[in-house]
Design a protein around this ligand. Sequence first.
Ligand code: NAD
Length: 718
Amino acid sequence: MIYQGNAITVARDDGDIATLTFDARGESVNTLSGATVTELGEAVDALKAETGLKGLVLASNKEAFIVGADITEFHGFFDKGEDYLVEMNLRVHDIFNAIEDLPFPTVAAINGLALGGGCEVTLTADFRVMADSAKIGLPETQLGIVPGWGGCVRLPRLMGADNAIEWIAGGTQNRADAALKNGAVDAVVPVDELAAAAHTLIQRASRGELDVASRRAEKTGPLKLNAIEQMMVFETSKGFVAGKAGPHYPAPVEAINVIQKGAGETRERAQQIEAQSFAKLALNDVAFNLVGLFMNDQAVKKRAGSYAKQAGDVAHTAVLGAGIMGGGIAYQSASKGTPILMKDIKADAVELGLQEARKLFGKQVERNKLTAAQMAEKLTNIRPTLSYGDFDGVDLVVEAVVENPKVKGAVLAEVEGQVDDGTILTSNTSTISINRLAQNLKRPENFCGMHFFNPVHRMPLVEVIRGEATSDAAVAATVAYARAMGKTPIVVNDCPGFLVNRVLFPYFGGFSQLVEQGADFQHVDKVMEKFGWPMGPAYLLDVVGMDTAVHANEVMAEGFPERMARDSKTAIQVMYDNDRLGQKNAKGFYAYEQDKKGKPQKVSDDQVPALLSEVVQGQSTLSDEDIIARMMVPLCMETVRCLEDGIVDSPAEADMALIYGIGFPPFRGGALRYIDAMGVAEFVRLANSLADELGPLYAPTDKLRQMAQENARFYAAE
Ligand code: NAD
């Protein structure tokens, strides 16, 4: 044994060839935590002291090679400031450079996922051999930082600046065939031939058949690009990448800057540049929030995983209603491999539902994600029907008929009579209380909400709503089914609007009040889009549909009259009264024209200001900052209330639900992270001042006031 640590061992395995194995004790995956990096330094020292070695293999004993640095340590590192971060990265560079400079050939044997720091450690080796099932990449820019352990330096030297920019700015996980084609790895083999292939590479290098010295010179010297090539590669890609990333995500463009600035430099100088840039980005709120988002996502997925573990089989399902949602649910289930019956009362509705599924599968075929034969097979997973004939043996039913409590109640009672005693029934209602719907059932314990978002195939969130009578088994089965459909389920308790719509409608309430105070709704849309929302509130209302919004508003006003009921007409009601339903009838706050692809494009409509004058009082002098506050405070306050009322269990779940369900700007981390960033005390001050003028929708709760006094946060220091 040359070295033995908790996460790393180094041993001679073939006489004069040593293997350094990553195998973190007691962990399911390898990460490059602070402690593991320290061990890596010790292991390299031990290797340097060892005599008679002819080569080194870097390997992993886990299913993944190394999934990256330990992201749970990041916030702690970020808090220590710029100098600390630069020093930290330079210390890691010293260790990685020492591997690169070992006096014998080195090979990384990439058996599984090698991401971030895990990929960077493989880049220190002279050669890389990769299992055909493995993936490799540098996803750091998705966390708002640049690769900081040599990725921006070694990858472009290995595979060319253009390929490296694509990998780094895109943050992609790349398959073995692509890695081989791009030159990131030297060979691809089946996983059980990996060790032998690595040894063969070392032996060939030792015999002089592979030129280690020139490989090292290439990796440690300047990038081979002349001035014109540099301009072409870097300036062109910056424009493209900036356009794609948008103004709120600086890391992808910064990564190109780092590669560019380091291009003509030595390894050490280029690493200095990388370290400085990493530290600068790490101190930005965007990186802090994106790292927080990653941890929240992990927490939410872990939670869902523990629910799903307790679930019975969900092998056969059914959806009632083949409309927009029912059709989408049938497609998603079929696409991910769970057979589903699709029942409607109208034959033409069933046909429309099937057509929609065919269209979506067809797009996958066009994009080469499916073959025509696979599409045909997946389509057989959807069994259209007009009767309950085949419903015995169904494990879970999703009701997605029209949003009417009487119709839903009748349909749920009817289907309960057609299925086995243990079948789980769920409703895709957007607003109707699950407890209320449960009153129609003989076995309410088998019932819960399963709230999908439109379009089902694209929106990642499913709210699973636990009613008072809902059993753990029903929640577990519904969570398991949502996961099997490739969705992220978040379990919430029952209340009008559940979590997501309960929070969204106060935001629309804020919008209505702004318009009524004379704000130009098109300007409000622009301000909120600049703030980071995928679409502004007027546009979003057009997409949701004014009929749906008015109906949901009524439900919310009935549920929370003290702050959501309005005694005067709203701007949304004005649109509805004038039959401006939004995209569905091509006129709402905007008018809609079809583009060449048949997609609705919004245009301004001169008639709208005149219609709105019915409710507009005066002209607004509000600044953009005022507009943001008037939109965001009611949304944030309702999120706080949902947490206080136990509708949602944790800040992580609340924030992820808003990001996945309504497109809350991810780089802001969610409503509660947004309050933390502003500071609870400052938020309370702002909310108080607005509540004086605009009413209880804006008022902070007593508990939040107390948090402000205690200097508390939603996310404890991480
Ligand atoms: P839709 O009008 O497009 O479809 C409803 C379908 O149900 C119609 O095809 C109708 O024929 C069918 N139907 C009516 N009675 C039936 C019965 N007894 N048995 C079987 N089928 C019956 O409506 P949608 O937009 O798909 O909405 C369905 C549900 O999903 C509603 O509860 C809605 O609130 C909810 N929802 C909608 C959205 C959205 O954006 N559209 C989002 C989330 C949730």
